[in-house]
Design a protein around this ligand. Structure first.
Ligand SMILES: NC(=O)c1ccc[n+]([C@@H]2O[C@H](COP(=O)([O-])OP(=O)(O)OC[C@H]3O[C@@H](n4cnc5c(N)ncnc54)[C@H](O)[C@@H]3O)[C@@H](O)[C@H]2O)c1
Length: 271
């Protein structure tokens, strides 16, 4: 049976860990040729090796999404290696480092430098990735290599509702609105633009440790916060991104899809 993204070339950022690594493996299982991009080139290479070990096609590239030249180079590498680009998954993201033993910083505690760093990665990183992909999609269309392409980004449920750090949520809210506005701008070019909005996942994000000896207890706690009662796994988020990237979603654009066990839908009143 054909995979959901059979033969498509997908560039995935933040590919060295968590959701990005899960997405590289899942997109490859579904037939994509994958470019695993991460600011940590060693971790990206480790992901690429995992994909190849599983029988897939994958190259790694060291890429800082906050630097447009670095993003352009990653797209160029995808085209040089696999001949084209069909999907960019703008997944890389960071948050303000928590205060050890105290947790998330309040807005009043955040410093301008760290605020700028989070904005650069979470907002500009998505913008630069989308720009580079659109330019490549347009070039392919001009060369008669097919119209359109698919852009997926990882926003967060924190971009839809008050949830966790204020500044982080603000950057993800920007991704949510960017997704809608860009979807309208490029719809007539056959380019679809969507985002996934996960709730908390146990990854290396925000200084968490997915290999913690308390893993099961942490996952239980995370799950208890959602109506469905299960913690979100990075592969749950990667699955939503895969669907949005695939032709199954060929008439879906401008959507910010929660992957949150029902958290954003609301809460039961009483009983
Ligand atoms: N884990 C959560 O609770 C959670 C919840 C909602 C949304 N998200 C979002 O999911 C996405 C993936 O996060 P994760 O949980 O897998 O975290 P993670 O820390 O495990 O992985 C993030 C990856 O992004 C890479 N990265 C960081 N800055 C980069 C840059 N400038 N350029 C390229 N790569 C960079 C890191 O090296 C890392 O490999 C992020 O956008 C994050 O904001 C995470």
């Amino acid at each position: 049976m054909e995979g959901l993204v059979q033969g498509k070339v997908a560039l995935i950022t933040g590919a060295g860990s968590g959701v990005g690594r899960a997405a590289c493996l899942l997109f490859s299982e579904h037939g994509a040729k994958v470019v695993a991009a991460d600011i940590n080139g060693e971790n990206a290479e480790e992901t690429a090796a995992m994909v190849r070990d599983a029988g897939g096609e994958c190259i790694a590239v060291a890429c800082n999404v906050a630097d447009p030249a670095s993003v352009d180079a990653a797209v160029a590498m995808a085209v040089e290696t696999f001949g084209r680009l069909d999907v960019i998954y703008n997944n890389a993201g960071i948050t303000i480092n928590p205060i050890p033993g105290k947790g998330m910083k309040s807005l009043a505690e955040c410093e301008p430098d760290e605020m700028k760093r989070v904005e650069d990665v979470n907002i500009n990183g998505v913008i630069y990735g989308s720009q580079a992909a659109i330019r490549q999609f347009e070039k392919q269309a001009e060369e008669g290599k097919g119209l359109g392409g698919s852009i997926v980004s990882t926003a967060s449920v924190a971009g839809l509702m008050g949830y966790g750090g204020v500044l982080y949520g603000t950057t993800k809210g920007a991704v949510v609105q960017f997704t809608r506005a860009l979807a309208i701008e490029v719809a007539d070019k056959g380019i679809r633009v969507n985002a996934v909005c996960p709730a908390g996942m146990l990854t290396h994000y925000a200084g968490m440790n997915p290999d913690s000896e308390h893993r099961e207890r942490i996952l239980q706690g995370m799950g208890a916060a959602h109506p469905l009662g299960k913690a979100i796994d990075p592969r749950d988020t990667a699955s939503a991104a895969l669907f949005l990237a695939s032709d199954l979603a060929s008439n879906i654009t401008g959507v910010n899809l929660p992957v949150d066990g029902g958290l954003y839908a609301g809460r039961k009143v009483g009983g």
